[in-house]
Ligand binder design. Structure first.
Ligand SMILES: [Zn+2]
Length: 359
């Protein structure tokens, strides 16, 4: 319990997420296109809370797999379409745009969420047609190293570089992207103040900064012991980044996403996660952050799934009792007691193999 009497209401949160799994309130109607992402928040949230036994894993696996886009033949892999996962049932409908019909709206973010969910419920990812995902994903990478999330054109920014890196990491296969080009793009997104913007030249932002640092970590460009390394050996300006990140903690203990903005629970994970990856988490005021997060627990109103999830993730970083530890750069927890770290990738057993062996 917090000195001010605030207590983490684990059981209430579990019930809330179970309810969200059962049926989403009508407020989420406009979010139908992101159904898989909303499911990721609920399932991963239950996982962090140590309550994944409340879900039917086989049912979830077949539901998630039903969103995968499959090439009809191997030659389809050259047609420029992305064969990942759709975000929802409606995105599997055919779209007719300028008289060209598109049957495939699979998206990098939905694919990240699909693989993350499949991982946390112990599904063996080697059963997937990962070649189709990875070969078609190469075509989403732009000449500047960034990624489009979908094959028929959309914004390109750091969010999708992160998704691509996490997908390659989870599939344990980096043929889906040109890592060097992606790294160059990420480096160009670091702003004069040390944070990262979503694209080169844009204002530093907590979410973008997480995407940059977590992607570099997954790609193996940041070592776990970065805090003890000389600054010059790093691909990005770490001291400036750490300073920018620490300055995001506001007087109320919470983190803001940008300078002069109110603090908000989700940045306790986005910015806190950056500090954790870089090994500077002990510099933030943990007690004040803990109090801020607990003061955001909602008693009467239904909180939104996104902020609820990232509050649990942030509390897991703070080692709240009863919460499972996170693999920060991947955004999911330990699997069957195995904590994913990028260190493991270069060790004798690769993390995904370890997961596959146990599943
Ligand atoms: Zn937020």
């Amino acid at each position: 319990m917090d000195p001010e009497g605030l207590e983490f209401q684990r059981e209430r949160h579990v019930l809330f997420l179970e309810m969200m799994m059962e049926r989403l309130p009508s407020d989420y109607e406009t979010q139908e296109i992101n159904h898989l992402t909303l499911a990721y928040f609920a399932i991963s949230g239950l996982d962090i809370l140590g309550a994944l036994d409340r879900v039917d894993k086989d049912q979830i696996a077949s539901w998630v797999l039903s969103f995968q886009a499959h090439p009809r033949t191997k030659s389809d892999l050259d047609n420029g379409q992305f064969y990942g996962f759709h975000g929802s049932r409606s995105s599997q409908f055919t779209i007719i745009d300028s008289e060209v019909s598109t049957h495939n709206c699979s998206h990098l973010a939905s694919t990240y969420c699909a693989l993350a969910i499949l991982n946390m419920i112990g599904y063996n990812l080697s059963n997937l047609n990962s070649e189709a995902i990875l070969i078609s994903m190469q075509k989403l990478q732009q000449p500047d190293g960034s990624f489009m999330p979908i094959h028929f054109g959309a914004e390109t920014d750091l969010r999708f570089v992160y998704c691509a890196a996490a997908i390659c990491f989870m599939l344990n296969n980096w043929t889906g992207m040109d890592k060097e080009k992606a790294k160059e793009y990420i480096v160009r997104c670091q702003s004069y103040d040390g944070g990262f913007g979503l694209a080169p030249g844009l204002e530093s932002h907590g979410g973008a900064t997480y995407c940059a640092v977590a992607a570099l970590q997954l790609m193996g460009f940041i070592n776990a012991d970065v805090s003890s390394k000389p600054a010059k050996s790093m691909v990005i300006d770490v001291p400036l980044l750490v300073e920018w990140s620490l300055q995001r903690q506001a007087v109320n203990g919470g983190f803001q996403g940008r300078a002069n903005k109110p603090s908000d629970t989700c940045y306790a994970f986005w910015v806190g996660g950056v500090l954790k990856i870089l090994g500077f988490y002990h510099f933030l005021n943990k007690g004040a952050l803990h109090r801020f997060l607990l003061s955001c627990q909602s008693k009467n109103m239904l909180p939104d799934l996104y902020h609820c999830y990232y509050s649990f993730a942030a509390l897991s970083l703070l080692e709240e009792e009863g919460l499972k530890p996170l693999c920060v750069e991947l955004g999911i927890t330990a699997i069957n007691g195995h904590v994913w770290t990028t260190d493991v990738v270069i060790g004798p057993i690769r993390s995904s193999e370890a997961v596959h062996e146990k599943s």
